[in-house]
Ligand binder design. Structure first.
Ligand code: FAD
Length: 466
């Protein structure tokens, strides 16, 4: 880039929040700089999150489909070439991160590789990792800034450093297939990685201290998932890991339950206990931007921080830590900077666990409705009654609609089953449009299809069918 160091907008961090903001702002005619500490753009999502995990889950899906085949066709045990599996993941990631660099170039977004640190309310210093460059060569001056520096995996102090103790990034590298993998944390990330390793041949145990896996989803939906996987993985809920002893051939794990202690031996331990926002980094507290005690930057519905011309988006702000939430906020922040009327107030942010079967939900869950004392009704269509599901051996599934008792307006939806994440699209749109169950029931759904279960659930709710 040129020697220009003054920009309408500087975006810090190139994840799905940062690149979406930078590109939208450039499209709206602003001069934009994008700062990223790593050579590869795309943040956690593209490099060590959403995308590589889905590349591996696709392969896990192929294996499971073959393993679960019946009705007169069976396959031999899979032959797994780990290097080629890894290559599929790497080429997927490289295609997407490479495209980002091209898109930045096409839009004249100036890229700076290095660690950004606010030095005042209008300047940011970039500490380059490039040894050939003088450290801290670049100081950029900006009219506006958007902070999109994401989050970091939570580390538990009692867990030792050891090659056999992994975080999600390490697990995605596929270092080896352990005989027994223990996953600490029954959230989406833990379960997705468990799915991958189980399909690749590991025995898998999931340890979760809470009373349910996938804490954001409704318990009845999670039960469908758990039942479908009961013969493939061990699930230990209400169980706390209290000690990890790395001194032997295998890791010795101490678990505490309501009834006492037990030990487990593991060849690898994946710690997936959540992520914490990076709001205490990058000189943010030093320039007096409001950061809460957990490290989330405080923002309003225009993604503005406590400093009027500085915005924050994505994992570093409140709300679900999801890529599409980050990029949606990125668009809002960029548009507000460009002087447009925009704000972030979705009726639902879709969540998907890309497990087998998938678990997906949007808007209000039944658990939330109860906790917030919201009046609601539920209509659930079990996939054991769906023609398409029966024909394709996918009866482990349920479509659940949560709606206002009086006007039948959709408040939320949950889906568990094959392709649940794809089916969620219809319900996300219905929710944003304020659809009622009658609107959904009167929409013709193709027969036989899995999405037909949405129409049928709505018909159950409206009393059209019983
Ligand atoms: P990030 O993607 O974290 O990007 C922040 C960027 O800022 C990084 O590139 C970082 O290097 C850079 N940065 C930080 N500090 C500085 C600094 N001082 N100077 C310069 N650069 C800096 N979400 C989904 O929606 N769907 C999924 O399927 C999904 N799967 C996931 C799987 C895993 C294993 C993990 C870990 C996460 C997954 N997520 C998923 C979550 C998703 O990755 C995040 O919500 C998303 O990446 C957040 O985007 P972001 O732009 O806020 O931050």
């Amino acid at each position: 880039h040129s020697n220009k160091t003054m920009y309408d907008l500087v975006v810090l961090g190139s994840g799905p929040g940062g690149y979406a903001a930078a590109f939208r702002a450039a499209d709206l005619g602003l001069s934009v700089a994008l700062i990223e500490r790593y050579e590869n753009l795309g943040g956690v999502c593209l490099n060590v999150g959403c995308i590589p995990s889905k590349a591996l889950l696709h392969i896990a899906g192929d294996i499971r489909t073959a393993q679960e085949a019946k009705h007169g066709v069976t396959f031999l045990a899979p032959k797994i070439d780990l290097d080629t599996v890894r290559k599929h993941k790497e080429s997927t990631v490289n295609k997407l991160t490479g495209n980002l660099a091209l898109m930045a170039k096409q839009r004249n977004v100036a890229l700076y590789i290095g660690e950004g640190l606010f030095s005042s309310e209008h300047t940011i210093k970039i500490h380059s990792n490039d040894a050939s460059k003088d450290a801290s060569t670049d100081t950029l001056t900006f009219k506006h800034a958007i902070i999109a520096i994401g989050s970091t995996a939570v580390h538990l102090p009692f867990i030792p450093k050891d090659d056999r103790v992994w975080n999600s990034s390490r697990a995605l590298e596929l270092p080896y297939i352990p005989n027994h993998l223990v996953v600490l944390g029954g959230g989406i990330i833990g379960l997705e990685m468990a799915t991958v390793y189980e399909a690749l041949g590991a025995k898998v145990t999931i340890v979760e201290q809470g009373n349910q896996l996938i804490p954001g989803a409704d318990a009845d939906q999670v039960r469908v998932y758990q039942k479908a996987n009961a013969s493939r993985m061990k699930f230990k809920t209400h169980t706390k890991m209290t000690k990890v002893d790395p001194s032997g051939e295998t890791l010795k794990l101490t678990l505490t339950t309501e009834t006492g202690e037990e030990t487990l031996e593991a060849d690898a331990l994946l710690v997936a206990v959540g992520r914490k926002p990076n709001g205490f980094n990058a000189g943010i507290p030093e320039i007096n931007i409001d950061v809460d005690d957990r490290g989330f930057i405080v923002t309003d519905d225009k993604c503005r921080t406590s400093i009027n011309h500085i915005f924050a988006i994505g994992d570093v702000t409140h709300g679900p830590m999801l890529a599409h939430k980050a990029s949606h906020e990125g668009h809002v922040a960029a548009e507000v900077v460009a002087g447009h009327l925009a704000h972030f107030s979705p009726l639902g942010i879709p969540s998907i666990a890309y497990t087998y079967p998938e678990v997906a939900w949007v808007g209000l869950t039944e658990t939330q409705a109860k906790a917030q004392d919201i009046k609601y009704k539920v209509a659930t269509f079990p996939w054991s009654a769906s023609g398409r599901a029966i024909a394709s051996g996918q009866t482990n599934g349920a479509t659940k609609l949560i709606y206002e008792p009086e006007h039948h307006r959709l408040l939320g939806a949950g889906l568990v089953g094959a392709h649940a994440g794809e089916l969620l699209g219809e319900l996300t749109l219905a929710l944003e449009y304020g659809a009622t169950l009658e609107d959904i029931a009167l929409t013709i759904h193709a027969h036989p299809s899995l999405h037909e279960s949405i129409g049928l659930a709505a018909e159950l709710g409206t009393g059209t069918i019983t």
